[in-house]
Design a protein around this ligand. Sequence first.
Ligand code: SAH
Length: 489
Amino acid sequence: MFLTITTTGTPERPATDLGFLLHKHPDHAQAFSTSYGKAHVLYPEADDLRCTAALLLEVDAVALVRRGKGKGRGGAPDAALAQYVNDRPYAASSLLAVALSAVFSSAMRGVCTARPELPAQARPLRIEVPALPARGGPGLVRRLFEPLGWTVGVDPVALDTEFPEWGDSRYVRLVLESERLTVAEALRHLYVLLPVLDDAKHYWVASDEVDKLLRVGEGWLAEHPEQKLITSRYLSRRWSLTRQAMERLELVRLAETDDSEVEAIDNAVEAEAETEEKPTPLAVQRREAILEALRDRGAARVLDLGCGQGQLVQALLKDVRFTEIVGVDVSMRALTIASRRLKLDRMGERQASRVRILQGSLAYTDTRLKGYDAAVLSEVIEHLDLPRLPALEYAVFGSARPRTVLVTTPNVEYNVRWESLPAGHVRHGDHRFEWTRAEFRAWADTVAERHGYTVEFIPVGLDDPEVGPPTQMAAFTLKATNEKEAKAA
Ligand code: SAH
């Protein structure tokens, strides 16, 4: 992987000043070891009129895998080979950014002891990155670099030049040109934006990354229109860090603010960062969201349809406001595990009177399910073949007809965010379909309309600005005009 930086000059302001600025002499090729392989700096051309420095990183795939060990990703079993066979050696990614900062650290800070006047001077610059992974495509590349004063040339790289019909790869050839920027600014832009475009950081993001980002982003990030996307991707979507960075950038903009106020905000941000825990598992977040929605709607008698192994039933039992809880599932095996979990056979009379487990299929109407306040379908609909879905819809909304129905299902758009999920795969082998937010809405709106419910949508898990939350929930409420009729039935 490599990139080149070219400048032009005149005999009075020679292009070879680039050597001073980069602290690397144009006459020698130099090599540096970095944690991921060897970085070479060489000058394919160097005279007064034109000078090009090339940074080439030879990635050591083995070192990369070894270093990757502690980073805490749940790798899929077939990820083993992918660790060795991947685009890292060729594509300009976060690794190149790290090499850039290691090899050109003084240049990036704008320090040049030999010629102290040079770093602050803008000069004509042309930067070329032949293979840049660009998640978000050429449009995003422009949105990131143009506001910084670059003229951007971005050509998608074809997947295979012999088969143009295969379309473009996710790589682009990037050419940046500007007359207005300094070498230090250019390096800082690249240091942040290369990994942002790659969107697959190779190392675990620690909280000092926020400091690093703000330091390197000084003077340009606070005003950047894509600041939120840059910050969240750079910090690998660690939300508390992103929020922390956004708040501190806000502070930069409020430079005039009174000191004590700044301190107060800083302290608050710090306190929050300290209480940050391991992310709560999605299943737990989903259960919490369901419990909250049920409480909000004042439900006391609740059906858990497709209750599986009974985790939600167990959580419902812990809250006395749920006076009657019925778990229903088609799978005897799941129900056996559920009753063991709930210790149904050893339960006191009081508890036992609140809970029941029924075997039944949601594809058929079932009079036992009528007359409840609420029904929950948590991660159930995607287990049915699509042609069977209308039958479930009728059994729940047409026949059982509780006042509240909560339906959760995966948001397929979010799948790109699961690191161990190969592209195009669903999250669970038994999922017959996974929907986008628009598909889920369309289905829910139709169901509500057909059966006299209103519906609202509640994101579960962190709501990603680009792809939405990992789980989507629809909360249906029977319209008041239908409630009497439902009770009478
Ligand atoms: N609600 C649980 C389990 C989800 S897994 C949770 O959120 O963790 C989906 C469950 O739906 C499985 O237990 C499966 O047995 C059940 N299921 C699938 N089709 C069903 C049907 N037609 N009728 C009843 N249950 C069904």
